[in-house]
Write a protein that binds this ligand. Structure first.
Ligand code: DSN
Length: 434
């Protein structure tokens, strides 16, 4: 059963008009309601955000920007997009925002197109160390049309900063390459990013500093992670992770010339018609982010992540870098058993109602479809209302499932079913936002 009345009425309509799709949506609603979501990049939006996306705004073409559209009939769309822009600027304390990118990768594409020429060099962290595919993966636009050079982490096990960004090496690589752009911000990095240090390096080598804060944007808005402003020239983010909005992207900056280039790079450079129903939902989500409750949410996300990392450590699991400062942790499963892979852990945990993703750990000897780690995050469980005391329960369930898998060569039917019942009972006590 769906958790909110509007989804229920949509399902009632679809059961008549398209029972096949209705059935899949109903099952997905049930899956989300009864499982624990630990994927660090996912969240549960409010009913207000969710249903704004299902409005008549989807019917409209609005190519262009507020006050300068290529279609008639955009008066309400102008007002909505302007509201989203104003709220985005207020959230990050910056002067310019483009709310049209359809996704984080498209925000990155537009930002790179705005700030670089094809063939220009940029420096970033490689995907396997915690970066992102749009940060220079060979088959991605960022690796095909630009020249990525990657800076390292501290890989030496005995280094006190093991698996953290090696800022001296970032400087070294940048001074050697002299990139057009220096890119920071990551998808699987559990520590605070020193934006001021990155800006120093960027200034020294003559690069533009871009920060992709997709993962930590909500933490920045909540004031529990330092802001990339005033250090970064360009900031990109998704809107659906810690910002708890609809799936989409956002680009921010403080410089009028850069803002003009970004607007051109988004439309007509990379995209056509904006998704106005999603932009309206962004405005609603940004309004929620600006409410006083959001700061408390951000603080609790961090407390929960720290509690989960500690509880896992007491079960014998090492988190990379020794823990976390933010909403996520990378669990090195080899410290529990050499035979435990991320792929197995993801599969076994899902069968017990705990959803996460396999993830390479720095210097991982296993390939990306197998991996030696899982990435866990607390944004979604915190939205549900879970607190530190529940993180111990989750760690114990994780250990019970993985231990059973190891002991029984992956045959964990009974244990998975038992844990799933307990998980479901906890989820029932903490329903999704309605
Ligand atoms: N795929 C996202 C993540 O899971 O981190 C990044 O775009």
């Amino acid at each position: 059963m769906a958790h909110d009345p509007i989804t229920q009425s949509v399902l009632a309509l679809l059961r008549e008009k398209d029972p096949q799709v209705a059935e899949h949506i109903a099952q997905e609603a049930r899956r989300q309601a009864t499982t624990i979501e630990l994927i660090a990049s996912e969240n549960h939006v409010s009913a207000a955000v969710m249903h704004t996306m299902g409005t008549c705004l989807t019917n409209k073409y609005a190519e262009g920007y507020p006050g300068a559209r290529y279609y008639g009939g955009c008066v309400h769309h102008d007002a909505i997009e302007s509201l989203a822009i104003e709220r985005a600027k207020q959230m990050f304390g910056c002067r310019f925002a483009n709310v049209q990118p359809h996704s984080g990768a498209q925000a990155n594409q537009a930002a790179m197109m705005a700030m670089m020429e094809p063939g220009d060099a940029f420096c970033s962290l490689v995907l396997k160390d915690g970066g992102h595919l749009s940060h220079g993966m060979k088959i991605n636009f960022s690796g095909r049309f630009f020249r990525p050079f990657h800076y390292p982490l501290h890989y030496a096990k005995d280094h006190p900063e093991h698996e953290r960004i090696d800022y001296d090496a970032v400087r070294r690589v940048c001074m050697e390459v002299r990139p057009r752009m220096l890119l920071c911000g990551y998808s699987a990095y559990p520590r605070v990013i020193d934006f001021a240090r990155f800006r120093q390096i960027a200034d020294e080598c003559g690069a533009i500093l871009m920060a992709d804060v997709a993962h930590i944007a909500g933490l920045i808005v909540a004031g529990v992670h330092p802001s990339p402003f005033p250090h970064a020239h360009v900031v990109t983010t998704t809107t659906h992770k810690t910002l708890r909005g609809p799936r989409g992207g956002l680009i921010l900056c403080n410089d009028e010339e850069i803002a003009k280039k970004i607007d051109k790079a988004v439309f007509p450079g990379a995209q056509g018609g904006p998704l106005m129903h999603v932009i309206a939902a962004k405005a609603v989500a940004f309004g929620e982010c600006l409410s006083p409750g959001f700061k408390a949410y951000g603080k609790q996300v961090l407390k929960n992540a720290s509690a989960l990392a500690s509880a896992l450590a007491s079960c014998g699991y090492r988190c990379t870098t020794g823990g976390t400062d933010n909403h996520l942790m990378l669990v090195d499963l080899r410290t529990r058993s050499e035979h435990l892979s991320g792929a197995d852990a993801e599969k076994w945990l899902e069968s017990a109602g705990i959803v996460c993703n396999k993830n390479g750990i720095p210097d991982d000897p296993r390939p990306p479809r197998v991996t030696s780690g899982v990435r866990l995050g607390t944004p979604a469980v915190t939205t549900r209302g879970l607190r530190e005391e529940h993180m111990g329960m989750i760690a114990a369930w994780i250990d019970r499932v993985l231990s059973a898998g190891l002991a029984n060569d992956g045959s964990i039917g009974d244990v998975a079913a038992a844990v799933r019942r307990e998980v479901s009972a906890l989820c029932e006590q903490f329903p999704l936002p309605a």
